[in-house]
Design a protein around this ligand. Structure first.
Ligand SMILES: Cc1ncc(COP(=O)(O)O)c(C=O)c1O
Length: 370
């Protein structure tokens, strides 16, 4: 039998995720599998929780990696906080805001939206107006909108939730590990992320965090959480240090080793240095693209360092360029989604991918292909 794994090539992952995985993270994945209630594994779980709290700048006790990709984190936040007929506001300026709208609608919430043109940021002033005299149970927004390359001003919207009854829910799938995320300071009640972006693990875990207030509300729901697998009141019993751990589902042990290793490396390098490395690579990429006459799709102050949306130059077959980059240069970049399909390329500089030599390799390849 021809084992397809032996033909896997080393690809420079410069798309919207997954990003390149550090060799030490691959090594961690192949550590020996332990039982999900093994005392040594429990030590690793406790440490992962502490490192995630530090990364998220939060004291939230219910901070843990959920089993599943970023969308499982999204579903977990919404399914736990929403009950049928609850009023929910979703701030939308791309695919992932739309996805939250879809999930919340399926849960029977009364979903209201505030939409902004794709490629532009959420405008805090309009959010403030929308919140006057409103009684939303949940207000949700995406920090780094991967579909457009826009950085949403979460820290500004955060002020509206200081003494609010509403729960502020934030998608930090692409931002976490590449730029500052401050859960407590930004009054965030529920947050989810993904392992495969700036944390540079393979896909499969969704680091998530719930405030005490959000957890209280989950524990006092009128109806049971309709999704058993993502019920935080049950998952919490397996992850809470102070309680006796109760089996819920078999944790993806080796993926958790990978996340642990990635977090250790993040703090060894130091958050400031990691964020600086992302910024420097982004500046270098932008300036090289500019020299080639290529234009960024998003305006300067709202550009994400880890996901660069680049306008496709006139007359260029964008799919052909991506195809040649993948086949001849072993580089992956992303296409535009939805209304931006055919209009932009999405160039990721996430986690371990965010290195100047990768920017150089990519620019040289793009020059030749164009
Ligand atoms: C901002 C954002 N939210 C949610 C998701 C969904 O995550 P996943 O594809 O890991 O399920 C993604 C994935 O790209 C994302 O970029």
């Amino acid at each position: 039998m021809n084992n397809l794994l032996k033909d896997i090539e080393e690809i420079l992952l410069m798309g919207p995720g997954p990003s390149c995985v550090h060799p030490k993270v691959y090594e961690a994945l192949s550590s020996k599998t332990l039982g999900h209630l093994d005392p040594h594994f429990i030590k690793i779980m406790d440490e992962i929780k502490e490192l995630l709290k530090k990364l998220l700048n939060t004291k939230n006790n219910l901070t843990l990696p959920l089993s599943g990709t970023g969308s499982a984190g999204m579903e977990a936040c919404l399914v736990n906080l929403i009950e049928p007929k609850d009023e929910v506001l979703i701030l939308i300026n791309g695919v992932f805001g739309k996805r939250m709208q879809e999930v919340a609608t399926r849960l029977g919430a009364k979903v209201d939206t505030l939409e902004f043109e794709w490629g532009t940021p959420i405008q805090p002033e309009l959010v403030r107006e929308k919140l006057i005299d409103s009684s939303y149970k949940v207000v949700a927004a995406v920090h780094a909108e991967t579909s457009t390359g826009v950085r949403n001003p979460i820290e500004k919207i955060a002020d509206f939730f200081k003494d609010s009854e509403s729960f502020f829910l934030v998608d930090a799938v692409t931002s976490l590990g590449g730029m500052e995320v401050k859960v407590d300071e930004w009054n965030i009640d529920a947050l989810y992320s993904g392992s495969q972006k700036c944390l540079s693990c393979p896909p499969g875990l969704a680091p998530s965090s719930f405030s005490d207030r959000a957890f209280d509300s989950i524990m006092n729901r009128k109806t049971k959480v309709p999704n058993w697998y993502l019920d935080m009141s049950l998952i919490g019993q397996y992850w809470q240090q102070e309680r006796k751990r109760v089996y819920h589902h078999t944790a993806p042990i080796n993926m958790l080793y990978a996340l642990y290793q990635a977090l250790v490396m993040f703090f060894e390098e130091g958050p400031e240095n990691v964020f600086k490395r992302h910024m420097e690579c982004y500046e270098m990429l932008k300036s090289e693209l500019n020299n080639m006459g290529l234009k960024m799709f998003v305006q300067e102050p709202y550009q994400l360092p880890m996901l660069n949306a680049v306008a496709i130059p006139e007359g260029v077959d964008e799919a052909k360029v991506r195809k040649i980059l993948r086949s001849d240069y072993k580089i992956e970049i992303g296409a535009g989604l939805g209304p931006l399909a055919g209009k932009i390329w999405r160039i990721g500089l996430m986690g371990h991918t965010a290195r100047k030599n990768n920017v150089e390799t990519f620019i040289n390849a793009l020059k030749e292909v164009l």
